[in-house]
Design a protein around this ligand. Sequence first.
Ligand code: MG
Length: 386
Amino acid sequence: MLAEYAVRVEQSCGRRHSEPPHPYRNDFQRDRDRVVHARAFRRLEAKTQVFTRRYSDHFRNRLTHTIEVAQIARTVAAQLSLNIDLVEALALVHDIGHPPFGHAGEKALDAAMRAQGFFFDHNLHALRIVEDFEQRYAAFRGLNLTFEVREGIIKHSRDYDRQEFPELAEYALDQRPPLEAQLIDLADEIAYSAADLDDGYEAHLLSLDDIRAGFPMFERFYREVEKKYPQVAEKLKFNETLKRVLDRLVGDLIDNTRKRVQEAGVGTVADVRLHRERLAGHSLEVDEERRVGKEFLYENLYFSPALAEEKDNAELVVGALFAYWMENPSALPLAYQEKSRGEPLARVVCDYIAGMTDNFINEQYDTFCGTSPPAPVSIRTTDRLS
Ligand code: MG
C-alpha cells in the first residue's frame, strides 16, 4: 500500500521514447534493472569512494557504497509507504556520474574544466550517461529512463537554478522533488558517514578514542555497549556501536520525515512538489549530532595527511591527461574525436575522463604522460580483530 504522497508508477510522466509495457515488471522496476545492467554501473566497482585499494580490499568502493545507500533508502521508503521501486532505481543510479579517484578526481576535473570556461557536475554527468552515453538498445540512445528517475538524478542532492540551467527546464527546477528522491541524499550521507567511520577505524587512521571524543552520538552508544558487553574485543564493541548509530540515524529520518509530512498537511505528490522546502530530514537534535560527526570526519579523515598522497596523485593524473588530450585531440578514441565536431573539445575530454575507472585512467597516464607517478605506497593494515 502506497501512501497518498508516494509516486505512483501508473502516473509516471513516462519515457522519451514510448515502449510497450513489460508483462511482469513495472516501469520503475525496469529502470532499476536498466541501471544495474549499465556499463557505467559496473565501473563503479573500480572507482574510489574514500580509500584506494592500498589500504585493504575490504573497504568500500563506489559500488558497495551504492548498494549500502540502496539498502538504507529502501528501508526508509518502506516505513514511509513510498514507492520502493523508484527509490531503489534512484539509489542505484545516484553516483553513476562520479569520475575516478573520488572527490579529489571530481575537484581536479572541475578545475580543468573551469580553466576552459566550463565546469564539471556529477549529477549533470549522470544525466548525460543515462540519456546518451549508454548504448544498449537499437531504437534509441541511452537507457530511455522514466521522467521520475531522470528528475531524481538531477534533483536528489541539490537545487539547480532555473535561470542558470535553462536546459533542465523540463524538470521543474522551482519545485521540490518527490520524497522518493529527497530521501536519497539523506540515505547517502547516513551510509557514507557510518562506512567512513568503519573504514577509517579499520585503516588505523581514526582511533577509537578520537571517534569517541569527536562524535557524541557514537560516544553515547559506545558507553551503552561497553556496559552490555564489557568482555568482548574492541572491534566488536565498535561494530555494535556503529550499528546503533546507523539505527538511530535511520529511525530518526523515518520518524521526523513522517512528522513533517503530517504537519505540512501534505496529501499528494503535487503537495510535496509545491511545498516551500524539502520535507525529508532529521530532527533538529539528531541533525546537530550528525553535523558534528560529519565535521569530525572532514577534519580527521577526508582532510587527513594520510590521504593527501592519493589526492595529489588524482590531481596530477587528471590534470595531465586533460591537458594532453586538449593539445592532442587526435590521440582520443575515434568516437570521441567525432563527438568533438559537434561539441566543445573540453566537454568531450571531460566526458571521456569522467567515465574512467581508477585503473584505466592510471593506464592512460602511463601511455600518454610517460611514466606513472610513483604509486602511493601500499599500507596494508592489520585487521582490528586479528
Ligand atoms: Mg553517494
